[in-house]
Design a protein around this ligand. Structure first.
Ligand code: GDP
Length: 371
C-alpha cells in the first residue's frame, strides 16, 4: 500500500495482511482499484454487510478489546456474553465482572447441538451458572442455544426483552464462539432488510462496530471478539480443523484403563493414566479425531515414529509445533474433566492421577465434571 487508504464505510485503515483483522481487503482488490484510479473502497466487512447483509467475524488486539469492555461498563446496557459450551474455559471472559459494573449480564452457552442429547439441559445451565459464579460473574439468566442449528433463539430474545428495560444491548465474546452466526440469526429474525445494519462508532471509542436497531428505539451492538491464544485450534490449518472441531452431537467414548496406559488424541495431545487402580475414563472429542491406546512405556518412541502419520492431525507439514509437548500432572479429588482448550475434555473419576501432554502454551485445566 503506497499511501494509507481508509474504508469509506467504517473509516478504518485498510490492510491486506490479516483477513481476521479490522480493515481487511484482499490484495488483488486493492491493486485493481489503485490501477483504476479509484480511491473509494470498502473493507471486506463493510462490503459483505452492504451487499449481503452478512456479519463477518473480526478480531481485535488485547488493548482494543479491553477498551471496548471498559466502555461497555460505562454504558447503561444489557450485556450478552456468548461462550462456547464445548470450550467453556477457553471462551469465558474472566475479566468481564470487573468491566461490566452494575450492568446485568445474560450468559449464552452456544453450540448446544454438540452435547449428547441424553444430557438434561437444566443440568448444563446449572453447571454453567456455577462456573460463572466461580469467576465472580453473576448472570441474571443463562440461556442455551445453537446459533448454527437455530435452536433457543426465541428463548434468548425473550430473556433479552425481559431484562433490557429500554437499555441498549451489547453482545460480547471471544472469537470462534459463534457470535457472528448468532448476530446473523438475529438479523434474519428482524426481517433482514437492507437498512437494518449500520456501522457506527461505538460510544466513546475509536472503534467502528455493527449496530442493529431494536424495535423500541434502543440498539444492539456487536463488538468484535478477541483471539484466545491458549486455544489449540488457533495453531491448526483449516484442513486440520475439520478433524478437530466437532460438527455434530458428540459420541462419548469410554476406555477402561490400567495403570501406565496411554491414549494419544491424534498427535495433538497425549493422556497417561497413572493411578494404580483400573478405572474408566470418558473422552469427549470430535468424532473424527482418532484415538490410539499404547503402553506408557512405549509412548515416547511411538510418538516419535508416528507423529504426522498414524497420529494426525497435525499433518506432516505442521508437526513442528507439536513435536515437543509439555507435560501437566493432575490429581482429581472429585469426578473431574481434564480440559484441552479448543479440543474437548476427558472425564476421570474421583481419586485419579493423570498426565496430559500437549504443545507448550495450549491451555490445559481441570474442572468439576460437566456430565
Ligand atoms: P465468532 O468468531 O464468534 O463470530 O464465530 P463464528 O460465528 O464465525 O463461528 C465460529 C465457528 O463455530 C464456525 O465454524 C461456526 O460454523 C461454528 N458455530 C457457530 N455456531 C455454532 C453452533 O451453534 N453449533 C456448532 N456446532 N457450531 C457453531
Amino acid at each position: 500500500v503506497a499511501k494509507a487508504q481508509y474504508c469509506i464505510g467504517c473509516g478504518v485503515k485498510l490492510q491486506t495482511t490479516d483477513p481476521q483483522g479490522l480493515g481487511f481487503v484482499p490484495e488483488n482488490v486493492l491493486e485493481k482499484s489503485i490501477a483504476a484510479g479509484n480511491n473509494e473502497l470498502y473493507c471486506q466487512r463493510c462490503f459483505r454487510l452492504r451487499h449481503y447483509n452478512e456479519m463477518l467475524p473480526v478480531s481485535l488486539t488485547n488493548d482494543d478489546f479491553l477498551q471496548i469492555l471498559t466502555k461497555v461498563g460505562q454504558q447503561q446496557a444489557l450485556v450478552v456474553n456468548v461462550v462456547d459450551i464445548f470450550d467453556f474455559n477457553g471462551s469465558v471472559l474472566a475479566s468481564l465482572p470487573r468491566f461490566v459494573g452494575d450492568n446485568p449480564i445474560i450468559l449464552v452457552g452456544n453450540k448446544a447441538d454438540l452435547l449428547p442429547k441424553s444430557l438434561k439441559r437444566t443440568k448444563i445451565k446449572e453447571w454453567l451458572r456455577q462456573r460463572a459464579y466461580e469467576i465472580g460473574l453473576h448472570p441474571v439468566a443463562v440461556v442455551l442455544i445453537s446459533a448454527a442449528k437455530n435452536l433457543g433463539i426465541d428463548d434468548l430474545l425473550t430473556q433479552i426483552n425481559n431484562y433490557r428495560q429500554k437499555r441498549d444491548v451489547c453482545v460480547v465474546g471471544v472469537t470462534n464462539v459463534g457470535k457472528s452466526t448468532l448476530i446473523n440469526r438475529l438479523v434474519a429474525r428482524s426481517g433482514g432488510n437492507d437498512d437494518l445494519l449500520t456501522v457506527s462508532r461505538f460510544p466513546g471509542t475509536t472503534l467502528d462496530i455493527i449496530k442493529l436497531p431494536l424495535d423500541d428505539g434502543g440498539n444492539l451492538w456487536d463488538t468484535p471478539g478477541i483471539v484466545q491464544t491458549k486455544q489449540l485450534t488457533n495453531r491448526l490449518s483449516p484442513k486440520e480443523l475439520k478433524y478437530v472441531q466437532p460438527a455434530s452431537e458428540l459420541k462419548p467414548k469410554t476406555y477402561q484403563l490400567n495403570s501406565n496406559q496411554t491414549l494419544f488424541l491424534g498427535g495433538l495431545a497425549r493422556f497417561d493414566y497413572l493411578s494404580s487402580e483400573s478405572k474408566s475414563v470418558v473422552v469427549y472429542l470430535s468424532n473424527r479425531l482418532l484415538i490410539h491406546r499404547t503402553k506408557t512405556a512405549n509412548a515416547d518412541s511411538f510418538f516419535e515414529r508416528h507423529l504426522g502419520g498414524l497420529l494426525q492431525p497435525p499433518f506432516e507439514q505442521n508437526t513442528a509445533e507439536f513435536a515437543h509437548p509439555k507435560r501437566h500432572i493432575f490429581k482429581a479429588e472429585q469426578k473431574s474433566d481434564i480440559v484441552l482448550a479448543g479440543l474437548g475434555w476427558i472425564t476421570v473419576s474421583a481419586n485419579t492421577t493423570v498426565a496430559i501432554w500437549t504443545a507448550a502454551g495450549v491451555g490445559v485445566s481441570i474442572r468439576k465434571a460437566m456430565i
